[in-house]
Each structure stands twice: as C-alpha cells, then as structure tokens.
Design a protein around this ligand. Sequence first.
Ligand code: SF4
Length: 210
Amino acid sequence: MTNATEQLSLNGLSGYENLDAMYEVARSCRACDLCKTRNSVVLFRGNPQAKLMIIGEGPGQNEDEQGVPFVGRAGKLLDKILESGGIDKDKDVYICNVVKCRPPGNRVPTPAEAAACKGFLEAQIEFVNPKLILLAGSTAMQHVLQVKNPISKVRGTWSDFKNGAKVMTIFHPSYLLRNDSREVGSPKWLMWQDIKEVRKQLDALEGLST
Ligand code: SF4
C-alpha cells in the first residue's frame, strides 16, 4: 500500500451541519460558470451510510437531465460491474462527482471549476466517511490526490487516505465502453480484478464489524 501525501484537504471542517444542509446550498450554487448551462445540480446516488464511495469526474448529458450521477451508458456499465462483484448499487455504495454541474459538451472540468466545487466533495467525504474510495478516471484522481499518473500504472493499488480510509484509482467506465475486450490484461479484465479486490476489502470490513 502506498501513502498518498498530497490529498484533497479534508480536515472535518466543511462547515455544513450535515449532508442535507450541503445539498441545499449546492442546489443553488453559482460559484463557477458551469451554473450557466446546467439543468441540474447532480449530487449523488446510493447510500450515504455506505462504506464504499465512488467519485467520478462530472455529470454528462443524461445525468444533467435526470439530476443523478452515472445514469447514462457508462453508469449502467458501472452498475453491472458492481453487481458482478456482489456490490449493491443502492445499498453498498455512495456515488458522486468532482463537479456537480455538467461541463458543456462533456469537456473535462477546469482546475478552477473543480476548485470552486471542492467544498461540496469535501463535505460528502466528511459525512459519508467511507472506508474505501474509488476514483473513477484521471480527473477524479488528479483533483482528489493531486497526482497525475497513468491509470494503468496506479490502478489496483490502495493508498492511505484521511480518517483511516483507503483510496484506489480505477478506469472510468466510459473508457471501458471504448475498450470492449475481456481478454486477460485488457482494461475490462483489470477492472474485474479491482472490483474483486474491493469486494474482498468490503468482506473484511463487514467481518470486523460483526
Ligand atoms: S460545478 Fe460546483 S461550484 Fe460550479 S456552479 Fe456547480 S455546484 Fe457550484
């Protein structure tokens, strides 16, 4: 396990009383220009009591229309991957994004947009207090861990995170949509290895808590 020293600041002082208070502020947020083109502020799906959190990049068109993260093709693939690892998408995981409003044309959010939205993500991590965090794709990795590494090099490896949590970067499911092979060593096969590892960690956590 490596030690991630440069991480998203998380000092437990997000300033919100609870998640609902943060959601209320976020729903009317105009702190960056993404507010001008959004239809929805896309906050989360899943269980705020889950031990596992998945953080993606930002909402796409479907997510912006429905107000829920990871509901398009990539989200459906993510659900299938989770299900194959015995991870219930409604009960076992809390899913959110680095930015809560859709970047036009699905472009990558700018550092300024991610910085403007950072307090909301910090609050989500603070209140959900996950034991395992998966960063889906390089944008999430860069903004949470402040590192730029090829995902193929860092995936499969846990790093220490704040509050005793562990964090791992995984392929973004949209990347898997473009790489359909399931051969040994392919991105889909590697993702399957990562999900099996997550299942193992969840089992260990559940074993400790019973
Ligand atoms: S992306 Fe975040 S900071 Fe920007 S307007 Fe939306 S909620 Fe506010």
